[in-house]
Design a protein around this ligand. Sequence first.
Ligand SMILES: [Ca+2]
Length: 650
Amino acid sequence: MNRRDFLRTTGLGTAGIAAWSIAQDATRGRLPNVVIIFTDDQGYEDLGCFGAPKIRTPNIDRMATEGMRLTDFYSAAPVCTPSRAALLTGCYPERVGGLGVLFPRNNTGLNPGETTIAKMLKSRGYRTACIGKWHLGHLPEFLPTSHGFDSYFGIPYSNDMTIAAEMKVADGVVLREGVTRETMWQPKKNLVPLLRNEEVIEYPADQNLLTKRYTEEATAFIRGSGKQPFFLYLAHTMPHIPLYASPEFQGRSEAGLYGDCIEEIDWSTGRILDTLRDLGLDGDTLVVYTSDNGPWQLKGSEESKVKGNLNRRVGGSAHPLKGYKFSRWEGGVREPSVAWWPGRVPAGSVCGEIAGTIDLLPTIAEIAGAALPTLPIDGKSILPLLEGRPEAVTPHEALFYGNEGVRAGKWKFRKDELYDLATDVSETRNVAAENPAVVTRLSALLEAHRDNMRANRRPHGGEKKSALRPKASRVLPGWTATQGVWDTQKGALVQTQAQGETSVFAPKADWSDATVEVTARATDGKEGFRLMLGASDASTYIRWSTGAFGNTIHSLMKVVKGKVTKRSKSSKGAIKRGQSYRLRMETDGATVRCFIDGALVNEETFDTPVRGTIGLGSCNTAVEYRDVRVTGPDGTVLLEALRAPPTLPK
Ligand SMILES: [Ca+2]
């Protein structure tokens, strides 16, 4: 809604405009503007003002010199979708539906009944724009324009995804790279649509220019706001892989293409702050810079080296923090964060109090004089911290790492381990044994939080179902696909989707002390195989997951009703795409041993004996399975399937 529409719908005529302006002037003058700059997968160290040794960020460093660095500022999840849901709603993601990372095949999203920062600010007459990556549902009812944003320009999810069948295409859509109206619906990884409001205006998006175009859109939005207060949510697509930068930034940084991306985002931030200064809005605008989760783990295989802008040898650093994206070590969720509001946020200040993205909504509510959402939220206003009030302390007795851990003061308790972050920010020494009273207190806080989240979870939007319907599968007789679409081709069991989780189970059986063997080949994608043993309805099973790209992670876990209840330590190895491997999983009571081509890669003992039937699956990987054999403890063959036909002598 533009200013004119707003005035029209609120019934304010010319006289009303004057009254409205006076009302604001009489209280605190113009309502403050808010800009949130949210990057994707940026490491804690990856700003000059957070110690980056090779990446130059003079604009954000100046922002910190004129404002505040927040050293203990957390995203609410180590991956995109839940992190974004939390930022915009002020809630832990577990409260607002517990969405995991959304893919183009999902038809779920952030419930339109939730109150986002944008929706809240609309009630105060703000102009609102979302620019960049959304990732809270791509169907029209979940897009930014259904969540309180007047306008949207950006890509609807991660830039390694593809187009979704339901998308509306604008009449004047720009099709690139040889794509036509007919071929655009063939999903292809890393080709993503660029949307304006609800329509695709370019496909595939020219990713080199995304940061630059987002910046142009952002400054135009700020300039076009006139005297109306505004909220700009600028969620950069970068530095999520595949990495892209404008030609003038390519090769500029000493930190490779990743560094180029950050340096371009720094340039972008500088343009936004300059625009605010030019318009005399610097004293009226809160700008917050942060990231959605930590950097991905660097991987170093030759295969990844040749992947150009998918090169996972290049990436961010969470130093001195431990861990990466996907983990709840500090490096996965503690973000390089800067707040700027000249005259309100003290220049050159540093805040080490615990805070997070869930606090932005209530903080913004306070500065805009907006009512908080009617439904409960988890964040608390950190305005006293941002204003540098001497007595200000964190509003959180405890801040939670999902349902997995808790931080209270200097202590962090997670997975039965206790760390003193004041003396050990790198989480190297578990001090649980020396501090039993702290463990008791923090585990009680965590347990109460889990109960609260379970009891008060609100639904996400949409049905939780995959567009990949298992019933479309053609699997072996008696076998059941519980996830994904499977087919039998040329004597192999195959599934060709390189995204999402898939699994197929053999007919129900109650094997124990069994040995499962299968020949597996990854044909596309980036994670890998899954070999399972357990219930044929997938209610409880042991799962061995292997990667198929770069540095492989082998892990064994027990899954009960979709939740991982025990996870082994991971070991590393290399699996190449296109190459066949013989996987073997031996069970011996409650112990499971995993072998690849005869070499032991993992072993774990579970709490109960491992038994059931076998399952085959994959994660984000297209796979081909053949030559399945299950043998009992005495060598009896219990099952054989997909055996290669005997080769006749010539
Ligand atoms: Ca992310």
